[in-house]
Design a protein around this ligand. Structure first.
Ligand SMILES: Cc1ncc(COP(=O)(O)O)c(C=O)c1O
Length: 409
């Protein structure tokens, strides 16, 4: 069992009132994912303004959150989309992103999927192995011969540099570049991009700024290099405290790129850092008991609705609007007997009563997106607060979802 340690957290406040939380649960029921458009738009603006380099395209990593209403906010702000999978592309197109604003940087497609990605018109693809590159080139050639696509894709490589990327399975070593260049050339294509992913949820800005020179030096080994794709992995301050410094990163990256003897395009793929802070999961207390001075609170949501804290050891602050001063060591438990069904362990919360509302903060990234039907609880609804109004952006599931696609007599 992963211990969810809250000891270093500073207590955060939820971004809306108890009265609004009550209104939302009365309208949409509990548990409920609540997204705030103003917070999301402020974060998007802050990240966008932090990188002054003019040829920059931000691409939201929708692996973190695939809700179309949110994707549309990114799209309206001029961002593109980073697609990890064909499903990300499908959602991106449905949200209104032009295919040439979608950057595929994923792994291990089979032939039909590669065909689908190119047919959708995605023009920038960062491949993570020579065999995926070869497959992409073969598929492109056959689609071009049958005149099913006319524009050649812009190809890049995801970099695997053990001294920076550790023992990551993903990416191509720089020693493979020559082979990669000739695979692309044989198909009449160029390798014009380098993609670098620093590592998941890194709050240290220096971890990014210190590698810029190395990445640029490696990229220059590609004779046709014309774009750098840097991201994601930018951290989010779930516990408060030091946050990733976008302005510092943007200034240093811009400075280094401006010193190059060529003009390149820059792609930045923020995921959690862009979307984490705009969402709250509301849940109600359905059980309370005490064990050796510890408060054991049962809520009407589960680790299957929000898997990060318990399954992946992440931290999400749990807030109560109850103003009592006396705080107690509290475990917040999900509504199943699964041994890892904790939303929070060793939290500091007031004595709670049945029916009280709890707010689990900063759940915009890898929240709903990682929810599942494990434990056979239908998923919550999602609502968006926008212009002082709320609207449903995903319906609550009911038990029928558990039968979907099952074949039985
Ligand atoms: C290529 C790429 N870019 C961006 C992201 C988003 O990562 P994060 O949420 O850590 O910013 C991912 C996550 O899997 C990724 O694989």
């Amino acid at each position: 069992m992963q211990t969810i340690d809250t000891s270093t957290s500073i207590f955060k406040k939820p971004p809306f009132t108890l009265a609004l939380a009550e209104e939302l649960l009365t309208s949409y029921n509990s548990p409920l994912y609540v997204y705030q458009s103003d917070i999301l738009q402020r974060t998007i603006a802050r990240i966008t303004n932090a990188i002054p380099y003019p040829q920059t395209q931000f691409c939201f990593a929708s692996v973190t959150n695939g809700n179309i209403a949110l994707l549309q906010i990114f799209q309206a702000c001029g961002w593109g989309l980073h697609a990890n999978t064909p499903g990300d592309i499908y959602l991106g197109i449905k949200a209104g992103f032009a295919p040439n604003k979608i950057v595929y940087s994923g792994s291990n497609l089979h032939q039909n999927e590669m065909e689908q990605v190119l047919r959708w018109g995605v023009t920038t693809l960062n491949l993570d192995s020579l065999s995926q590159l070869r497959l992409c080139c073969e598929v492109y050639q056959s689609l071009r011969e049958s005149q099913q696509i006319l524009t050649p894709p812009r190809l890049g490589l995801r970099l695997n540099l053990p001294e920076l990327t550790g023992d990551s399975r993903i990416g191509v070593r720089s020693t493979e570049f020559l082979a990669a260049i000739s695979i692309a050339k044989a198909a009449g294509l160029k390798l014009s991009g380098l993609h670098f992913y620093r590592g998941t949820g890194t709050n240290s800005t220096a971890a990014f700024t210190q590698v810029i020179d190395t990445i640029i030096a490696v990229a220059q080994q590609l004779p046709d290099w014309e774009y750098l794709d840097f991201g994601g992995g930018f951290g989010y301050p779930y516990r408060g405290g030091t946050a990733f410094d976008w302005e510092l990163f943007g200034a240093e990256l811009t400075d280094r790129i401006n010193r190059l003897d060529r003009v390149i395009n820059l792609i930045i793929e923020p995921g959690r850092s862009a979307v984490a802070g705009c969402a709250t999961l509301l849940a109600k207390v359905v059980s309370t008991k005490w064990q050796e001075g510890k408060q054991i609170v049962g809520v009407d949501t589960t680790v299957a609705n929000l898997s990060v804290p318990s399954v992946h050891g992440g931290y999400r602050e749990i807030y109560s609007w109850n103003c009592e001063d006396l705080l107690h060591l509290t475990d917040v438990c999900g509504n199943t007997t699964y041994s890892r069904d904790y939303l929070g362990k060793n939290c500091q919360l007031p004595a709670l009563a049945m029916g009280e509302i709890l707010a689990i903060l900063d759940v915009g990234a890898y929240g709903y997106a990682m929810s599942s039907h494990f434990l056979h609880r239908p998923r919550p609804a999602e609502v968006l607060l926008e212009n002082n109004q709320h609207r449903l952006i995903r319906r609550r599931e009911d038990y029928r979802i558990l039968l979907a696609n099952q074949v039985f007599e």
